[in-house]
Ligand binder design. Structure first.
Ligand SMILES: *Cc1c(COP(=O)(O)O)cnc(C)c1O
Length: 475
């Protein structure tokens, strides 16, 4: 194979630019014909290779009908985020350099890019300047960030009982209590199942009507529990966007020596704003934090962040050794010490470029703008007879219910709400998903993309109202 890289890389850039140019008007939720997509992409494994230019062009064309316009300005499903162009470009460069960002010796520049990005993130999250030494790792997502933070907790809490969990495992170890809120994200349970801590042997703490952990219930549980304890709290409930009350929770936990881990996948980003920062008051006193960059920082997948205030425990839980793995004397430079992966891509590059491009003010404006759009949607939809907003809209999450004009029972409202959601998805102006909150079906809206403008929001609200009106008429 000859190295003729220019044409294929140029073509990929052109295809990417064409995709983004078309994005604002691309139908957000296309009807998908799975059989057609599969028929286009499924080719028999060939003995002989193909022209790289044709491979890339075919792949772009064949995949296109099944590519969701999730980075577009009117996609409000899950908590997705878009990708700021500088972050995409930095990601391309990182891929092109193809340096392993695990060891300093493998790529000094990769290590320094991630160290600088980590320092900026600590400042943005308000975690620096409190006299604590905060360790940082760049994971594939918040799921692995939760795993890593809880692995550090497991190490530290058992080490206090003279148990080295990394060498001895959990067999015969002191019992480690895990406390979670009733509304903890599934990711916490995924981390617990991988860490041998078990999804079901947790103590669940009652939540209030917004999904916030109840402090009185937590205090009662902590009084009952004996021995090492980790408490998982949440910055940003996936349905309501609500924050656990960190100040009293962390005080109660630390009084008894418990470790506090914060799942802040998207919610932790309010610490970088002026308008919503108060919601996360006290979060800086926790022991470990997990967040995503690919959600609200708007960098490409896959990109998560883990931080702890216990550098030694973090490193002990993640480090890997081997005779040929030459360690740097400054362990912070060997970026694999802070994440589950050994060899790894330089995912910090997209974070570095995105933070530089936006600056503190740009990041605050992006997050505050999303919250303003969510508020506007809740206000306009909530003003309509028969439409109910189920949550206090504190950040970017809104849950909406649509009452059946002929029958306002809970069951009928569930069915009618599903009909409106399906109509909105078919319409294609915007895309919103479904959730179940306290046994009630709701349309779930998450505004997390830097591209969404006030005009996009009005268009989307108009489309939802039109779908609602049409469903009422045909009901
Ligand atoms: C998205 C999310 C996760 C999981 O993060 P991934 O990026 O999917 O790995 C965990 N917790 C919360 C609250 C989330 O919103």
């Amino acid at each position: 194979m000859t190295d003729n890289h220019a044409p294929v890389l140029r073509r990929a850039a052109e295809l990417a630019i064409a995709f983004l140019d078309e994005l604002p008007e691309r139908p957000v939720g296309r009807p998908v014909d799975h059989a057609a997509i599969a028929a286009a992409l499924e080719r028999s494994l060939a003995d002989d290779g193909a022209d790289p230019l044709a491979v890339i062009e075919d792949m772009a064309a064949d995949a296109d009908p099944g590519i969701v316009a999730a980075v577009g300005p009117r996609y409000f499903g899950f908590v997705h985020g878009g990708a700021v162009p500088a972050g995409v470009a930095a990601d391309w460069l990182a891929t092109t350099w193809d340096n392993t960002a695990g060891m300093y010796i493998g790529s000094p520049a990769a290590a320094v890019i991630e160290q600088v990005a980590a320092d900026w993130l600590r400042q943005l999250f308000g975690l620096s300047g409190h006299g604590r030494d905060i360790s940082t790792g760049f994971t594939t997502g918040c799921n692995m960030a939760n795993f890593t933070g809880l692995a550090a907790a497991r190490h530290a809490l058992l080490a206090r009982h003279n148990w080295d969990v990394e060498t001895q495992g959990l067999f015969g170890a002191p019992v480690l209590n895990v406390v979670v809120g009733a509304e903890a994200h599934g990711s916490i349970f995924a981390a617990l199942q991988m860490l041998g801590l078990g999804r079901e042997r947790v103590t669940r703490i009652e939540a209030d009507d917004q999904g916030r952990m109840r402090v009185d219930a937590l205090e009662a549980a902590l009084d009952r529990l004996d021995g090492p304890t980790v408490v998982c709290v949440q910055a940003g409930n996936v349905n309501t966007g609500a924050f656990d009350p960190f100040v009293p929770i962390i005080e109660a936990c630390h009084a008894g020596g418990a470790w506090v881990h914060v799942d802040g996948a998207f919610g932790l980003w309010v610490t970088a704003t002026n308008e919503q920062r108060h919601l996360a008051e006290g979060v800086e006193k926790a022991d470990s934090w997990a967040a995503d960059a690919h959600k609200w920082l708007n960098v490409p997948y896959d990109s998560g962040i883990v931080m702890t205030a216990h550098r030694d425990a973090h490193e002990a839980a993640m480090t890997i050794s081997g005779a040929y793995l030459v360690k740097n004397e400054d362990g912070d430079r060997d970026r694999s010490n802070w994440v589950p992966e050994a060899s790894r891509r330089l995912r910090g590059a997209a974070i570095y470029a995105t933070i530089r491009t936006l600056g503190r003010n740009g990041i605050a404006a992006m997050i505050e703008g999303c919250c303003r759009h969510a508020r506007r949607l809740a206000d306009r939809l909530g003003a309509e007879p028969g439409i109910e907003i189920l949550n206090d809209v504190v950040i970017n999450q809104v849950m909406v219910r649509f009452a059946d004009p002929g029958d306002d029972s809970n069951a009928a409202t569930n069915i009618f709400t599903r009909r409106v959601i399906a109509a909105v998805q078919r319409d294609g102006t915007c895309w919103m998903g479904e959730t179940i909150w306290r046994n009630q079906v709701a349309m779930r809206v998450s505004v997390s993309n830097w591209r969404t403008s006030a005009d996009d929001m009005e268009r989307s609200i108009d489309a939802v109202l039109a779908c609602y009106a049409a469903e009422r008429k045909s009901s």
